[in-house]
Design a protein around this ligand. Structure first.
Ligand SMILES: Cc1ncc(COP(=O)(O)O)c(C=O)c1O
Length: 376
């Protein structure tokens, strides 16, 4: 049987990884500035993570959500403490799209409405409501077009205010930092306006922190830089350091009822063991402080050294936008300098490394880019 051919692949086969490094089947060692698409938060193959998952698997790997699972409670407690959102409730699922799908559904249940406001360049996932709120017609099938979604420009409070004035919007959904759209940070004042307007019009404010959350911005969630309290926060990528897990944090004003949401695999023992281990390591190794310090160093030095690019971001979520196509630059970074990077569109290099990245790693990357840029 062949694989369904939907991914453009680099000619690399990783077989081993440790902290910020990945090795391929030929023994080449790569510096990972991509984190497997913002997923590797605590570094590859962290010993505490491996031990937690292995020990859990020896005990019990799976049952169902029809029995008590104290690991879910432990995860909720630790997540509440570290994110400073312990008055919210946790619903666990399996991926980012599923988190947003559930968040939009919950907003619709809560308000009895179905209209959604999303933003230009947004990406929220590939399930039906999530992809309808994603600003990329190429991945929206006819089946997904029945949703009532309005796309507005980011940072335009007046336009949001006009649409919400109809009092018929279930949810406003926005990324804490736009990732796939090219690393665009909403203005803190705009996020505060959204929070105010949503409260005024009984609309649910959903912060998609699937890429920008879990410490990546230098705070637990990126929206916390603006000091707001959203109604729902969605999470995935960094949450399980590679184990598939997603979740929603739900404001106490939104009430649960039995059967309202549900999942077979969400919150299983292994997902919880992985997620608890991630929180333990983030806490014990001060990874959020490291993200702030290394991120600032990388961002400031990139701005100084790469004069031909626009550099933006915060923490370890950084975009380097060139005026030309960067396909060759990324290929050379991978094949000549052995560095993995991400991409947004055709001319932005996207950096989403493990939160354990050091200034020495950052120096290696900056020297490599400088050499490649100078040689073209
Ligand atoms: C901001 C954001 N939301 C949602 C998703 C979808 O997550 P998943 O691929 O786990 O479904 C992504 C994935 O890249 C994302 O970056």
């Amino acid at each position: 049987m062949k694989l369904f051919d939907v991914y453009s692949l680099f000619d690399v086969t990783p077989v081993k990884a440790k902290d910020c490094y990945v090795w391929d089947d030929k023994g080449n060692k790569y510096l990972d500035l991509y984190g497997g698409h913002a997923v590797i938060s605590i570094g590859h193959s962290h010993p505490h993570y491996i031990a937690s998952l292995s020990e859990q698997l020896q005990r019990i790997g799976f049952y169902s959500n029809s029995v008590k699972n104290p690991l879910q409670e432990e995860l909720a407690t630790k997540l509440g403490q570290l994110s400073e959102m312990d008055d919210y409730s946790l619903f666990l699922c399996n991926s980012g799209a599923e988190a947003n799908e559930n968040a939009l559904k919950l907003a619709s249940f809560h308000t009895g409405r179905k209209k959604v406001v999303a933003f230009e360049k947004a990406f929220h996932g590939r399930t039906s409501a999530a992809v309808a709120a994603t600003d990329n017609p190429k991945i929206v099938s006819p089946l997904n077009t029945g949703h009532d979604v309005v796309f507005l420009p980011m940072n335009d409070t007046r336009k949001v205010s006009e649409v919400l004035a109809g009092n018929d919007v279930a949810a406003v959904i926005i990324e804490g930092i736009q990732g796939i759209g090219g690393i665009h940070i909403p203005e803190p004042g705009f996020l505060r306006d959204l929070a105010f307007l949503c409260q005024k019009h009984n609309t649910v404010l959903i912060l998609d922190e699937i890429q920008s959350g879990y410490g990546r911005s230098g705070m637990f969630f990126a929206f916390q830089h603006a000091g707001i309290h959203p109604d729902i926060v969605t999470m995935a990528k960094g949450m399980g350091n590679g184990f598939p897990v997603g979740g929603l944090l739900i404001h106490p004003d939104i009430k649960a009822s039995k059967g309202m949401l549900g999942t077979t695999f969400g919150g299983n023992y292994l997902a919880c063991a992985a997620s608890i281990a991630v929180l333990d390591v983030i806490n014990d190794e001060n990874l959020i402080a490291n993200t702030r310090a290394t991120g600032e160093y990388l961002l400031n030095n990139l701005k100084k050294s790469i004069k031909t690019a626009q550099v933006r971001g915060i923490g370890l979520m950084i975009g380097v936008e060139f005026s030309e196509n960067i396909a060759l630059l990324r290929k050379h970074l991978l094949e000549k300098k052995y560095i993995f990077t991400g991409v947004s569109g055709i001319n932005t290099v996207r950096l989403l490394p493990p939160l354990t990245l050091t200034k020495a790693h950052a120096d290696v990357f900056m020297q490599a880019v400088q050499e490649l840029v100078d040689s073209t």
